[in-house]
Design a protein around this ligand. Structure first.
Ligand code: HPA
Ligand code: ZN
Length: 343
């Protein structure tokens, strides 16, 4: 077990969270509170029985519950409350910067205006900047189980809001069911997003093969891979990820809960790190996977027996892999190098 001294040092270590789905931060308590506020009936009698349903066999079994849970989000205040709860939580974990994914299609398909989604998220993020000193960006993500046309429609509906949210919305992502929805399906829409000047990321190599990681780099031209742990199956790809310093936003507790790995001690994070890849630690959907950012650090450090050098490297990677401007990266990197870790 990580000692309380190490946990305190890890909390004080500046770090960024780069792989976080805001809809995945809806705790059962908040789902019930929002359902009540919006006069909705949930198919679970109480909070405990909803939490008890969080036992997953694969990515899809989680996604079914995740999309169902998101249906309680109706108003700008709902999106604000969800985001503020997460920001306060991750601030307590010692995050200094977060890059948050959100899925407009999950909401617009239920008749929620995309402006409501942006407004609620942005109000919380801007407040956290001023009140907590926590910086953030938004990554608008397309759902890959839906069509290319749907992704284009989502982009078109969001573009009129770009200027209003230019301080936050700087990137595009791709998430949801990976298998059977390869990167090539979204090649044209990502090309358009690149022309528009967005930074690009995509989920690949979580359940999907290493080929999807390569195609995300070649066809979607992403700068960062979300998950990417199956890259290890392709030595040539590993060499490329290393030489290009392509960041992987790894989510150990997510991988455990979705049965991508059987046990945290079997996780390949340390091997990826040892091979010189820019690996980062993130929580993915913390309300569903049993741990926020700091829990992901402590449990992974315990399971893989990571050294102080590796821990510091993970924190530095999270800053380097972020979309922060160079001077802010430098600021946090020097803080990381000065942060004490118990021997
Ligand atoms: N993978 C794909 N889509 C997702 C995830 C994930 O881990 N979390 C939320 N949407
Ligand atoms: Zn994810």
């Amino acid at each position: 077990m990580t000692s309380s001294t190490l946990t305190a040092a890890l909390r004080a270590l500046p770090k960024a969270e780069l792989h976080l789905h805001i809809e995945g931060t809806l705790e059962p308590e908040l789902i019930f509170a929002l359902a009540q506020r919006n006069q909705q009936t949930l198919p679970y009698p109480d909070i405990a029985s909803l939490r008890a349903a969080y036992s997953f066999t694969n990515l899809q079994s989680f996604l079914d519950l995740y999309y169902a849970g998101a249906q309680v989000l109706q108003t700008e205040q709902d999106f604000y409350d969800m985001s503020m709860a997460y920001l306060q939580r991750v601030h307590q974990d010692g995050a200094v910067h977060v890059e948050i994914m959100f899925d407009p299609q999950t909401h617009t398909s239920r008749g929620i205006d995309i402006e409501v989604v942006f407004a609620g998220l942005a109000r919380a993020l801007r407040q956290a900047r001023t009140e907590l000193g926590l910086s953030s960006y938004l990554i608008m993500s397309f759902l890959r189980h839906l069509s290319e046309a749907d992704a284009f429609a989502c982009l078109e509906s969001a573009l009129p809001l770009r200027e209003q949210y230019a301080d936050l919305w700087i990137a595009i992502g791709l998430d949801s069911a990976e298998l059977g929805n390869p990167p090539e399906k979204f090649q044209r829409v990502f090309e358009r997003c690149k022309e528009l000047g967005f930074r690009l990321v995509a989920h690949a190599g979580e359940e999907g093969p290493a080929d999807y990681v390569r195609d995300a780099l070649d066809l979607l031209q992403v700068e960062r891979i979300d998950h990417g742990i199956r890259s290890e199956e392709d030595p040539a790809l590993m060499m490329r990820l290393r030489s290009q310093a392509t960041p992987l936003t790894v989510c150990p507790l997510s991988n455990l809960r979705l049965k991508v790995v059987n046990d945290l001690t079997q996780h390949n994070l340390k091997r990826l790190l040892d091979q010189g890849l820019c690996v980062t630690i993130n929580s993915d959907d913390p309300a569903y996977f049993g741990g926020y950012l700091l829990d992901n650090y402590t449990q992974t450090i315990d399971a893989l027996d990571l050294t102080d050098v590796e821990i510091r490297q993970l924190a530095a990677n999270s800053i380097n892999a972020s979309f922060l401007p160079p001077e802010q990266k430098q600021h946090w990197l020097s803080k990381i190098s000065q942060s004490p870790l118990p021997a």
